[in-house]
Design a protein around this ligand. Structure first.
Ligand code: H2B
Length: 96
């Protein structure tokens, strides 16, 4: 089901509030790289994100090797960024 795309000014405000996230070159996704103490810490974090994703039906594109996690957030149903990504950025910040 389609969902509204964030306006450019909303994306700018989000990036200003969460400077650890960067806008992908095509402007359709947010990216962030995380590094943890070890795999246990990384996977614990991923588990928290996974539970959030399941609850909100909004899923990250991600990559993990040992203590590194890379997350890309986008909304396929909006072909870009939506309020769901903004909410997830906010939630992830509280899972660290
Ligand atoms: N996750 C993300 N990141 N973007 C989506 O558009 C999306 C999703 N859509 N998870 C959901 C699932 C949709 O496919 C289901 C049918 O609600």
């Amino acid at each position: 089901m389609p969902i509204a795309k964030l306006a450019d000014v909303e994306v700018s405000a989000l990036l200003a509030e969460f400077p650890d996230w960067t806008l992908r070159a095509d402007g359709k996704a947010l990216e962030r790289k995380f590094k943890f103490k070890d795999f246990n810490a990384a996977f614990g974090f991923m588990t928290r994100v996974a539970l959030y994703a399941d609850k909100h039906d909004h899923h990250p594109e991600w990559f993990n090797v040992y203590n590194r996690v890379e997350i890309t957030l986008t909304t396929h149903d909006a072909d870009g960024l939506s309020a769901r990504d903004a909410a997830m950025v906010r939630a992830i910040g509280e899972m660290l």
